[in-house]
Design a protein around this ligand. Structure first.
Ligand code: SF4
Ligand code: SF4
Length: 481
């Protein structure tokens, strides 16, 4: 078909092709630009708890890697040497079961706390919450409270604005880098890390300090509530763990509505008003920018700041506190008192979670305290499966990795059993340094012809002479035809 034969293309004017946003029902934007939230600071019971948790978690996080245990760092995850030091424990990759146990306990704890008290973790202990709180505190100290920050952002770029913004960014960067440094200090001895970084030695260390620092800066300085809203999966599946007897931050609609402003001296009940004066203070303090009066929303991190804000207002109005409060949906609906609410909180699934959690914790503690601080791996020497040696003996060669998980040098005795006249022809006692592992070549011999051809189950016994621990490991002894 010649181009001249084709039907002329229909040209749509741009104005017609682009739907008019003002024409209702024609244009729906799938993207809503993020609005910056300017939370107002508030003091009160929950705000104090939040700060207590900030101090507690950060004293532990920043302080722990600087503490010593004997001659070494108290908590160190030495990935290079494949050894974890936790207080008096020296764990090897073979102790992975404890990490699995710890993860199961953490997951179960999260289920239990969520079933009992909603998003306690999110509101008070999650690193995203804690660092956002620290970064907002810095912002508040440098740029002022909500109204001052709103004015500053809306105003022109003056010298004062540049000074404040620069200072805030500089302090944020310093906190982020220190956080990255501390984090890496859990994997590399922290006292050696500083000099290494200053000398620009250790490329990986520099990379991870910058990476973790950047993540802290981005998440706590800029992303903030968006991490909780759009990135964290916990916010999405928490509703599966909630029920009507879960403690959550709730607005007492029956008491608060109809909301509206009023004069303090006028009897608002006679005018048909509820207790909510519609001051929006609860919305202004909310770090995720929601209005709790619209009911439970997945964005709510359960921080309780709106409770503090509303209680302040109730105090000023001389109304009873608790228009917004920590309660359960059933508690608010049935107007239960505290003991009635608590009785319903202790429901079967909470008791089951608690029982399983306690059993797991006890099991893990018993296992940790009774574990033998000795690990052994056995590898058969594939180059020499079986051979006849001087003296008419048949020999099999093995490599034993002996891991000393104590803080002192240990002498270990190696013996083997499972066949008549089986003996260790190589070194029978070895010394292994504190928290070290060593490969040891072991030769086992039997008199030639004392066992029929085939593969025979045997086991090695490795016993610590000083500490008394003992480990038995299975292997096989090959007799050729
Ligand atoms: S702080 Fe209390 S009184 Fe003010 S709007 Fe919120 S719920 Fe109503
Ligand atoms: S609604 Fe209240 S409890 Fe929920 S995030 Fe906002 S301030 Fe915190």
């Amino acid at each position: 078909m010649k181009s001249s034969d084709r039907p002329p293309r229909k040209v749509i004017p741009i104005a017609a092709a682009t739907p008019d946003p003002s024409a209702e029902g024609e244009f729906v934007s799938l993207y809503e630009a993020q609005k910056k939230i300017y939370p107002r600071s508030i003091s009160g019971y929950f705000a104090r708890w939040r700060w207590a948790m900030v101090f507690l978690t950060q004293i532990v996080f920043y302080g722990l890697p600087w503490l010593e245990w004997g001659q070494r760092q108290m908590v160190l995850f030495d990935l290079g040497a494949r050894r974890f030091y936790i207080f008096g424990l020296v764990l090897y990759p073979q102790d992975f079961i404890y990490l699995t146990g710890l993860l199961i306990i953490s997951a179960l704890s999260l289920f239990l706390f969520t079933a009992v008290a909603g998003r306690l973790w999110c509101g008070f202990a999650c690193p995203q919450t804690v660092y956002t709180e620290i970064f907002m505190w810095i912002e508040h100290k440098i740029e002022g409270d909500r109204s001052a920050r709103l004015r500053l952002d809306a105003g022109p770029w003056t010298f004062e604005k540049i000074r404040k913004k620069f200072l805030k960014q500089a302090v944020w960067v310093a906190v982020s880098l220190w956080t990255g440094f501390t984090f890496v200090g859990y994997f590399v001895p922290i006292r050696e890390l500083g000099p290494e970084l200053l000398a620009f030695a250790g490329g990986w260390q520099i990379f991870w300090v910058l990476f973790y620092g950047l993540a802290t800066y981005g998440n706590a300085g800029f992303m903030r509530e968006q991490v909780c809203k759009y990135m964290c999966p916990y916010a999405r599946f928490q509703s599966a763990m909630f029920d009507r007897d879960t403690l959550i931050v709730t607005y007492d609609e029956a008491r608060g509505e109809p909301r509206g402003p009023r004069v303090k001296t006028v009897d608002y009940k006679a005018k048909g008003l509820g207790d909510c004066i519609d001051c929006t203070l609860c919305v202004q303090v909310c770090p995720v920018g929601i209005d709790i009066r619209k009911g439970l929303q997945y964005e709510c991190i359960g921080c309780g700041l709106c409770v503090d804000a509303c209680n302040t207002v109730m105090d000023k109005m001389h109304y009873p506190k608790g228009l917004i409060r920590y309660s359960t949906q059933n508690g608010v609906l049935n107007r239960w008192n505290q003991s009635q609410i608590l009785r319903h909180v202790l429901r079967p699934r909470v008791l089951i979670y608690t029982a399983v959690l306690v059993a797991l914790c006890v099991g893990m503690l018993v296992s940790l305290t009774t574990r033998t601080p000795l690990k052994v791996d056995i590898v058969r020497d594939r180059a020499a499966l079986s051979r006849i040696v001087a003296g008419g003996k048949l020999e099999n060669v093995y490599r034993l990795q002996i891991m000393n998980a104590t803080e002192a040098t240990q002498r270990y005795r190696i013996s083997a059993s499972g066949l008549d006249d089986l003996e260790v022809a190589s070194e029978q006692e070895v010394d292994i340094g504190a928290a070290e592992s060593r490969w040891v070549a072991v030769r086992l011999q039997i008199p030639y012809g004392s066992a029929p051809p085939g593969s025979h189950a045997i086991h090695f016994d490795i016993s610590a002479l000083e500490s008394g621990g003992k480990v038995a490991e299975k292997s096989i002894f090959l007799v050729p035809r």
